[in-house]
Design a protein around this ligand. Structure first.
Ligand SMILES: [Zn+2]
Length: 398
């Protein structure tokens, strides 16, 4: 459906939408809107027809947001909600108005199982109805305008992202780039000489003091889409953010929630890292650009992060060093101030190589994990939480 073709809603229709997102049911429309139930029912069916929605309150709520017939709600931090993938799948199917039988067929699950999961997802989102659950899921980016518009445009639910597309994506990470966050273009870079520099080096035309870290590396710039409380919001997209990743890595905070990742284990406190064999270097050192994880998100990452699914090791790291950056190397073009990237790929550049670092645009901070103990993650979690936390429990804030 084209947004321009969406008719403006009347005040009563908006009230009906508000009634549904507040967890009201169809039987209560009349009293809620101060009219007879018969008139309320008529208002509802007319509104469904107007917006091309199936006669289903959850679908109506989703379509109102997707077409912006009603202003969609503000987005919330997705890392505040931990839902198993099988429950997330249901939310998208709620939003296209499917019943339990259709959901079971589509997901290839038993119908009793779907009914059970549908109840659980309402409990977990503290929603009274599926329509209210869709509203909450919208805020956490689980049901998106893109998915709903795709369904409306293709006219069939096959286009909507369900298990096949959604599973394997892993948890939403604090360090991940979000939709709408834009990197500076290479044209913002130049070769320049600072007041204290004998030789030219890579700079921004409008260089600011915080563009370089303490060791002189120049960092990529990108805008941020943050909530009012300063948390990243919006749909996660490919790549990590060049400000949040180094901040998280430098302070060794949790990659998912930016909370503390230091475990205060008696006699052996340390930071919890999940590493792969690819990150192993000679002499047992692990070199990684993947920040640590807090105890609350450790299992979630271990079980669902794609990079860890073909094997990983849990380390309690007692000593590590910021060894360098992942970044792109540039060269000056002749005598001009213009520069060009040597290649599009990101390489590791050690801080120790100062000559090379002069021409690098850094985008991720890298740590060498030099002293650690290999641990059994599940045993550690059992010891930390005598009753294991439910996988759906809300994560604590940082
Ligand atoms: Zn965390």
């Amino acid at each position: 459906m084209n947004k321009k073709n969406v008719p403006a809603l009347t005040e009563l229709e908006r009230s009906l939408h508000r009634h549904l997102v507040d967890g009201g049911n169809l039987g209560g429309i009349g009293p809620a809107l101060g009219m007879s139930q018969r008139k309320g029912n008529l208002l509802y069916t007319d509104m469904c027809d107007l917006l091309g929605s199936p006669r289903n309150p959850a679908a109506l709520v989703a379509i109102c947001y997707a077409t912006e017939a009603v202003q969609p709600p503000d987005l919330l931090d997705p890392s505040d909600i931990a839902l198993p993938q099988e429950e997330r799948d249901l939310l998208l199917l709620f939003a296209i108005g499917l019943g339990a039988g259709e959901m079971a067929a589509r997901l290839d699950r038993k119908q009793w199982k779907v009914n059970e999961q549908a109840k659980e997802v309402l409990d977990n989102l503290q929603a009274r109805t599926r329509a209210q659950a869709v509203h909450v899921a919208w805020q956490y980016g689980i049901v998106t305008g893109r998915a709903i518009r795709e369904w409306l445009e293709t006219g069939e639910a096959g286009g909507i992202g369900t298990t096949a597309q959604l599973s394997g994506l892993g948890p939403v990470l604090y360090i991940q780039t979000r939709e709408g966050e834009v990197a500076d273009t290479p044209q913002s870079l130049c070769a320049a000489r600072g007041p204290a520099e004998a030789m030219a080096l890579l700079s921004y035309w409008d260089q600011a003091a915080d563009d370089r870290d303490k060791r002189g590396a120049l960092w990529a710039r990108a805008s941020e889409v943050l909530s009012r409380s300063g948390r990243p919001v919006g749909r996660p997209v490919q790549g990590v953010h060049p400000a949040r990743q180094p901040d998280t890595m430098r302070r060794q905070r949790c990659r998912v929630c930016f909370g503390h990742a230091r475990l205060e284990i008696p006699r052996k406190p340390g930071y919890l890292y999940l590493v792969t064999d690819n990150e192993r270097r000679p002499h047992g050192v692990y070199r990684t650009s993947e920040p640590p994880v807090c105890i609350h998100h450790a299992l979630l990452c271990a079980d669902t992060e794609p990079r860890l699914q073909s094997g990983h090791t849990a380390l309690l790291v007692t000593s590590s060093t910021e060894s360098g950056v992942l970044g792109t190397r540039y060269v000056p073009l002749g005598d001009s101030a213009n520069v060009a990237a040597v290649s599009n790929s990101q390489g590791f550049h050690p801080y120790a190589d100062r000559e090379r670092m002069r021409w690098v645009l850094a985008s991720q901070l890298v740590r060498d994990l030099t002293a650690y103990k290999i641990i059994d993650l599940r045993r550690l979690i059992r010891a930390t939480f005598p009753t294991p936390p439910a996988p759906t429990s809300r994560a604590p804030g940082p």
